[in-house]
Write a protein that binds this ligand. Structure first.
Ligand SMILES: O=C(O)CCC(=O)C(=O)O
Ligand SMILES: [Fe+2]
Length: 370
């Protein structure tokens, strides 16, 4: 992972997860200081549910956090400390914990809307999306899309009834988890709220959604970044509210293609902003004016973009926003990428450099010829 900073904005390259439950390792883990802050009185974590280690350990560790983290809320500090600890937890232990978490949900959680758990396109999707997929031609697929800037497409996708049911299901799950004292595993290390839909039993449903309804579109729109060979996903919801996360930092996703659909409810601002597609090497580079885009979420409407398309979410200024997100991955693309160094077919900066090289080469050839 290569966190960097450009124009005061944090850019974090996200790499494939080591475990599903820690699908992202996006936020830099705070670097603990050698010497504790003598004057700082750490929080007590004694009353917190479901801590992995004795509460005292977190208080002691807090004294070693960098000074700019000390003023954060107790929840934020705990999240940071958990990130530090997760770094040292063996992979096997993580996988085991995730397995146990899923098992606990599977055996104890009673869904509110069973209908959400089996894929039913007619119940989920609006007519225009159903028709385009049924037709299957490139023209029909493109007909329902709006291209906002290169590589960012939107279309009307989910029926209002589906959105409401999904919102209710997530709330119901969170209430259950709170009552059952189950600590919800968050979708990635950048979000402090939200839940992984695959963990609560929607993995098969989302897989069908991807395979039957997204793959045809991704194959047309994102052929250069693995869009025609998507074979796995990470499905989750992110939640923003005035007393929760307000925004999401600048990042790239651990996906080849990302589907992001707003479920509601009511909110102001919270726009998604984009800054062009980049490979690992150029993830912190400048963006060109034509790559700068701000998009206002509309409930039911989906955004499709490459995972490597740098983006973030601005703060909401009121209300509550919940979005359903599917990070779609291609094992074939990831394997091939290991052996490549030039990504000019999709990275804006690789392309620019390639053009520059070709210009130099042509002018050198002209000089030689004259
Ligand atoms: O809040 C949003 O709409 C964006 C979320 C996002 O980019 C992510 O979870 O990767
Ligand atoms: Fe994202």
């Amino acid at each position: 992972m290569k966190p960097g900073s450009k124009n005061g904005q944090q850019v974090t390259a996200r790499r494939p997860s080591r475990e599903e439950e820690l699908a992202r390792e996006a936020v830099p883990v705070p670097r603990l200081q050698k010497t504790p802050h003598a004057g700082h009185k750490p929080e007590s974590y004694e009353d917190m549910e479901d801590l992995e280690y004795p509460a005292l350990l977190y208080s002691v560790m807090e004294q070693h956090l960098p000074s700019n983290c000390l003023g954060a809320s107790r929840e934020k500090k705990l999240a940071m400390l958990e990130r530090v600890l997760a770094k040292y937890r063996p992979n096997g232990e993580r996988a085991k914990k995730h397995q146990e978490y899923r098992e606990r949900i599977r055996t104890n959680y009673q869904p509110l809307h069973e209908d959400l758990y089996s894929f039913a396109p007619e119940r989920f999707f609006v007519g225009s999306f159903l028709d385009a997929i049924k037709d299957g031609s490139e023209a029909a697929l493109r007909h329902i899309l709006i291209a906002h800037s290169p590589g960012v497409f939107t279309f009307n996708m989910l029926k209002p009834a589906f959105c409401s049911m999904m919102l209710e299901e997530v709330e119901h799950f969170e209430k259950w988890a709170q009552d059952a004292k189950v600590k919800v595993m968050r979708p990635n290390t950048m979000n402090n709220y939200g839940a992984v839909l695959d963990d609560i039993g929607m993995e098969d449903m989302l897989n069908e959604l991807m395979t039957r309804y997204l793959n045809p579109m991704a194959a047309v729109l994102f052929p250069n970044v693995g869009g025609s060979s998507l074979d796995s996903h990470h499905g989750f919801v992110v939640e923003y509210a005035m007393d929760r996360d307000l925004d999401l930092g600048f990042h790239v996703d651990d996906s080849e293609v990302t589907l992001n659909v707003c479920l509601g409810k009511q909110f102001d601002s919270g726009e998604l902003f984009f800054r062009g597609v980049r490979c690992d090497k150029h993830v912190n580079g400048e963006s060109r004016p034509e790559e700068v885009l701000e998009y206002s979420h509309v409930p039911g409407h989906a955004i499709l973009h490459a995972g490597r398309h740098r983006h973030g979410a601005k703060a909401i200024t009121s209300g509550q926003r919940t979005n359903m997100i599917l990070w779609c991955r291609s094992s074939e693309f990831r394997e091939l990428k290991k052996y490549q160094r030039d990504f000019s077919s999709w990275c804006g900066e690789c392309l620019l450099r390639k053009k520059e090289r070709n210009r130099c080469l042509s002018s050198a050839k002209r000089q030689l010829a004259s």
